[in-house]
Design a protein around this ligand. Structure first.
Ligand code: LLP
Length: 382
């Protein structure tokens, strides 16, 4: 706690014990199955977080050249890397090829042609997966739904045969896999059951055509409990992996790949901030923090809920339960962390924790208003 009191706010506080037990739980659930979990680096690319995750035999799921470089730097094995994204540029494709990454998750026909061309120039073969848009509604926020027919990701099932025939004409591509990703912060298992049904149907279809895949990649998306982070510091990994164990008919020798981001790091991080002012207007009481939407944009961008805790007030400032709007200092009306939030009586200088911010917190921070980027502090009992 001393380190928290002494560090300049705002900063991200990462509990490495929580991260390690999450990684151990995932490895325990997949043991004895041909499953490979890739960590989705976009959720948190902090070098120390990446280094820790790479020690647990995870692959890396990447969406830019910068992420490929960061993952290599952190010690991830290039053969266990997947590279997704609808707009991979030539240098990013070259970066992936020069490191020999495990799989490009290809999202369109023009991208197939360009990867083939660049692989030809580099005298190599690119391992690829076709990213299929399975048209499944994951019942999540519209900005983080990715698997419905109306969004930009993947290739529609109707044209899959045609696209795979096209791949066969491109000599510098090696088709290894079909890739799927249906969205993020998915808290029900039903969408994954539907995904398994879709994949089973596709595997039957391609088997008839004598087309086989070494691996299937079901993407990520498993959600976390933002309401009750203490009770559920990690999601129900057993239920999640059991869904695939029970519902997906993998073929002999076929591997199943996952790309989990939020579920791996979401619970281990909090954004720690100090109260600059408590301000009362005619209708409202505001707690104004030194952290803003530049440090954690999820509430402003997705109306996302994060639990807010006054660390200073602790138990000794009872009974005062007040209702505040908790806001940041940025010159935008959307710079709000919570509306009508119940907190103990809160004063200038109090330390505030915004919980469950390990995923898509630090990695989405910006320097808007020329603010400093948040720092990071790591707690470890070992
Ligand atoms: N694989 C692909 C192809 C993805 O697009 C994503 C996330 C993942 C894996 C990892 O998904 P996860 O397991 O973390 O749900 N910024 C938003 C989330 C955007 C997710 C984008 N894609 C948020 O803060 O909620």
């Amino acid at each position: 706690m001393d380190i928290v009191k002494q560090t300049d706010t705002p900063f991200y506080y990462y509990d490495m014990d929580v991260l390690r037990s999450t990684l151990e739980e995932i490895n325990c659930q997949i043991e004895g199955h041909p499953f490979i979990v890739h960590y989705a680096v976009k959720a948190n690319g902090n070098p120390l977080i990446l280094k820790e995750i790479s020690k647990y035999n995870f692959g890396a799921d990447l969406v830019s050249g910068g992420e490929i470089e960061a993952a290599i730097q952190a010690g991830f094995d290039a053969r266990r890397m997947t590279f997704s994204g609808v707009g991979k540029t030539d240098w990013e494709i070259r970066t992936g090829l020069s490191h020999g990454i495990g799989c490009f998750n290809v999202e369109s026909v023009p991208e197939l042609d360009v990867i083939n061309e660049i692989a030809h120039e580099m005298d190599t073969i690119a391992n690829i997966a076709i990213r299929v848009n399975p048209d499944i509604d994951a019942h999540t926020h519209k900005y983080i739904t990715t698997g419905t027919a109306d969004n930009k990701f993947g290739i529609n099932i109707e044209v899959l045969d045609q696209v795979i025939d096209h791949v066969a004409t491109l000599p510098h591509l090696h088709l290894r896999s079909l890739h799927f990703h249906i969205g993020s912060q998915i808290t029900l298992l039903q969408p994954y059951v539907m995904l398994c049904d879709t994949i089973n149907g596709l595997l039957d279809h391609f088997e008839k055509k004598n087309i086989h895949f070494e691996m299937i990649n079901v993407g990520g998306g498993l959600g976390i409990d933002y309401e009750h982070p203490e009770e559920h510091p990690m999601p129900d990994f057993k239920g999640y992996f059991d869904t695939f164990k029970n519902c997906l008919r993998l073929r002999p020798g076929q591997q199943l790949h996952f790309e989990l981001g939020r579920a791996v790091v979401g619970g281990c991080g909090s954004l720690i901030s100090r109260v600059v002012f408590v301000k009362e207007t005619r209708n409202k009481k505001f707690v104004i923090l030194d952290a803003g939407m530049t440090d954690l944009i999820r509430p402003a961008l997705y109306s996302a809920h994060h639990k807010i805790v006054n660390l200073t007030a602790g138990d000794d400032r009872q009974p005062g339960v007040e209702t505040y709007d908790v806001v940041g200092p940025v010159c935008e009306s959307s710079d709000v962390f919570a509306i009508d939030c119940h907190l103990p009586l809160t004063r200038r200088g109090d330390l505030i924790a915004i919980r469950s911010a390990g995923a898509y917190g630090e990695s989405m921070s910006s320097r808007y208003n020329m603010r400093r980027l948040p720092g990071s502090v790591f707690f470890s009992s070992k």
